[in-house]
Design a binder for this molecule. Structure first.
Ligand SMILES: Cc1cc2nc3c(=O)[nH]c(=O)nc-3n(C[C@H](O)[C@H](O)[C@H](O)COP(=O)(O)OP(=O)(O)OC[C@H]3O[C@@H](n4cnc5c(N)ncnc54)[C@H](O)[C@@H]3O)c2cc1C
Ligand code: FES
Length: 393
């Protein structure tokens, strides 16, 4: 037994050596060939060319990208973009979001959008964007994005997803949305009802309370009403121009069994703040997705922001806005992502100074000689200057 084993392992070693010699030769040939190709296309590189002709390939040097396949209007101010993601797209769970990088006036800006489908047979993903007045990216995506345009993508993230149903038990759900807050929820609904409708009906009993300013501003209005007519969910549709803003008393009246329902909410900060307080009071759980951070009332101080790295500039700020916004308004190209404190895409080292977390009021201070010599990392999207600050950027 031991002899057989030792002979077997010897054989294995010699085979591996032969294979690794051949592998090394192939590797050297490949590297040589690659250098020749790179020399032939100088000043570009082969990666540049491949990125140009096959940007969606696995391992693209430019990172994960997507090609806009179609853009269609949902309402006067909202549009859905269907995007073919690169082969490195790792998939998503309905309710999650994706960070999208797009060049606007020659500057790459990143914003976050909920995915409005479950995984699709054609492998494409979709986002639905509502144009915000003065919004740099949302206006561009809704009014100017065209099929064929490339966008940068990050992998899907987020935990605003349905908990899987327990076998044999029908889960009661309450979904409360307003405006563009319907986007993660339509992704959940489409995913549920595009697979096995009978299973979805058996697994979930859904009430959706959705508000928009007017009937023709309801994003996915026809689709939601069709779900309701088909008995897949109970839809409570409110138009705030005539019905007023949804109150918690309205919600209790519309959904008397609210306490028995697993609740998800997505919409403007005011609605989410009200719902969170209501659910906290009743010691009930509410899952929320926020598109913007809640900002606490502050005695704004502000100061001079000094960008001491390659940006080499100073910006005056009154401390009422995030450093990210103040810097971008002054033309500084900043790293960013979700713009609400979740992705860490905006983190920069602060060498000296103090910033205040706009969500909590908490102060973070960097003192040369006392705090880390490389600086204290701060999220510029949720931090406002609380005095003069020097950032390495
Ligand atoms: C997890 C997550 C999911 C999101 N999903 C979606 C989605 O599915 N569809 C969608 O349309 N948006 C979504 N957003 C919001 C989106 O990321 C952008 O914030 C939004 O498109 C505005 O970007 P902008 O560049 O046009 O505005 P900016 O140029 O950044 O801001 C312009 C002005 O509008 C204000 N502003 C910024 N964002 C908002 C907002 N959401 N509501 C009101 N005022 C705002 C700013 O304070 C500023 O005054 C999501 C955000 C997050 C964090
Ligand atoms: S941009 Fe995402 S945490 Fe700041």
């Amino acid at each position: 037994m031991s002899l057989a084993l030792s002979a077997g392992s010897l054989g294995g070693v010699s085979t591996t050596t032969a294979t690794s010699d051949a592998g090394a030769r192939t590797g050297r040939l490949r590297t040589g060939f690659r250098s020749l190709l790179d020399a032939a296309v100088t000043p570009l590189s082969v990666d540049d060319l491949l990125d140009h002709f096959a940007p969606l390939r696995t391992g693209a040097a430019a990172g994960l990208q997507g090609r806009i396949v179609s853009v269609h209007k949902e309402t006067a101010d909202a549009a859905t973009l269907v995007i073919k993601p690169g082969r490195d797209w790792a998939g998503h769970i309905p309710g999650q979001y994706v960070r999208v990088g797009i060049d606007v006036d020659g500057i790459r800006l990143w914003r976050t959008y909920s995915l409005t489908h479950g995984p699709r047979r054609d492998g494409n993903i979709s986002i639905t964007v509502k144009a915000i007045p003065g919004g740099a990216v949302s206006q561009h995506l809704v009014r100017e994005a065209r099929a064929g345009q490339m966008v940068q993508l990050a992998q899907a993230e987020g935990d605003f997803v349905l908990t899987p149903p327990v076998a044999g038990r029908r889960q009661k759900l309450l979904l409360v949305t307003a405006g563009s807050g319907i986007t993660p929820v339509i992704g959940m609904l489409r995913n549920l009802y595009s697979r096995n409708e009978a299973d979805a009906r058996a697994a979930y009993d859904i009430v959706l309370v959705h508000s928009a300013m007017k009937r023709d501003e309801v994003i996915f209005g026809a689709e939601l009403r069709a779900h309701a007519e088909a008995g897949r969910l109970r839809l409570v549709e409110r138009h705030t121009d005539t019905d007023g803003l949804l109150t918690t008393a309205d919600l209790e009246a519309e959904v008397p069994d609210l306490a028995e329902r697993t609740a998800y909410a997505c919409g403007p900060a005011g609605l989410l703040d009200t719902l969170e307080a209501f659910y906290d009071d009743r010691r009930l759980t509410l899952h929320t997705e926020r598109f913007r951070p809640t900002v606490v009332d502050l005695d704004a101080e502000g100061g001079t922001l000094t960008f001491a790295g390659a940006s080499a500039t100073t910006v005056e700020t009154d401390g009422s806005v995030p450093i990210l916004d103040a810097a971008e308004s002054a033309g500084v190209l900043m790293p960013s992502g979700c713009r609400m404190g979740i992705c860490m895409g905006c983190v920069l080292p602060m060498k000296s100074g103090a910033v205040r977390d706009l969500r909590t009021g908490e102060l973070t201070v960097a003192v040369p000689g006392e705090t880390h010599p490389d600086g204290v990392k701060i999220q510029t999207c949720i931090s406002a200057a609380a005095g003069d600050c020097t950032l390495d950027h």
